[in-house]
Design a protein around this ligand. Sequence first.
Ligand code: PMP
Length: 382
Amino acid sequence: MLYFDHAATTPPYEEVVETVAELMRRHYGNPSSLHKYGEEAGKLLKRAREVCAAALDAKPGEIIFTSGATESNNLAVKGAVLQYASRGRHLVTAATEHPSVFESCRQLEQMGYELTVLPVDEQGHVSADQVAGAIRKDTVLVSIMHVNNETGRMQPIHEIGPRLKAEYPKVLFHVDGVQSFGKLPVKLKDWGIDLFSLSGHKIRGPKGTGLLYVREGIKLLPLLTGGGQEFDLRAGTENVPLIVGLAKAVRMAEEGHKQFAASTAEWRDMILEEVRQIPSLVLNSGAEAPHIVNFSHPGMKAEVMLHTLEQLGAAVSTKSACSSRLAEPSRVLIAMGRSGSAASGGIRISFGDSHSAEEVKQLALAIQEMMKRLKSVERWGR
Ligand code: PMP
């Protein structure tokens, strides 16, 4: 079975697995302990923070290790809005954000904060004008993702951030970079990003790891309080082996992003071309993020297509992994104006860096064969 679901999760690098296992055996000290074991663990933690900071062109003190991007996004959105409540009670996000941002914003709304959800166009984009137009005197935070996890559509972060910094320097700008880091260049400073989330398991690192970049000088209300770890922003004994594994993956992802984009974009274009040849399929993605293709067949349930492709040897996804067990149509595709039936039929193919052109050809053939089989099912159903 060929794995084309890298936006859901990726196989960890062998080097990461080895490092984590080795550290779990040998370096089990608690970095807060004062003896030699603690000191060793503390050194490893410090080094991991430096490695992540270097990959993001940030300072070590700006890196907060978390349990993954869900936590990073929750900490960024709720931590910022609650910390700066005296500045105002308004926040801005887009209709296609990942649930960990979207539901954090909704939760704040339920607590009495005011939320503006920006609509997207048919391609799933918001513009810098739209964002700037939504800012009010009492806006505290804007949270916009870089690459959408279902469609691979990219938001113009390089325009939104500088515009906010020029016109509304007090408004904090958070970017969910889970699907862009390691795939595309990310420029935190040039793009005026204050808070940036990434996840270990999307870049061949360990699951249950992630980080939040918090620009120097910004305070957040911690979601987890306790022993004061992670500069008082995230209490709990640090999982040093996993954090070191994350740092390895972060370094490799940053170093390899050009190569990743070059090879996956070629495969994405092969599959985009294949889908364009089939008139009954609607494309929901374009030549944007290099690793994601999304299409629907209005009238055909995504699960039927997924299982047909699975029988043909290709593992793909419906919507995102986090919401694929929910029966509703995709919120992201609905926001892009797709009909209920097309929005229920989204199939996501996402590439990693370890495929061969031969595998991608097999996927293209599997899509052709799927369409043949589904046509005969449709005829039979009439
Ligand atoms: N944001 C985006 C864009 C994602 O794709 C994901 C993973 N589906 C997350 C956030 C959450 O990441 P994690 O699995 O590390 O909690």
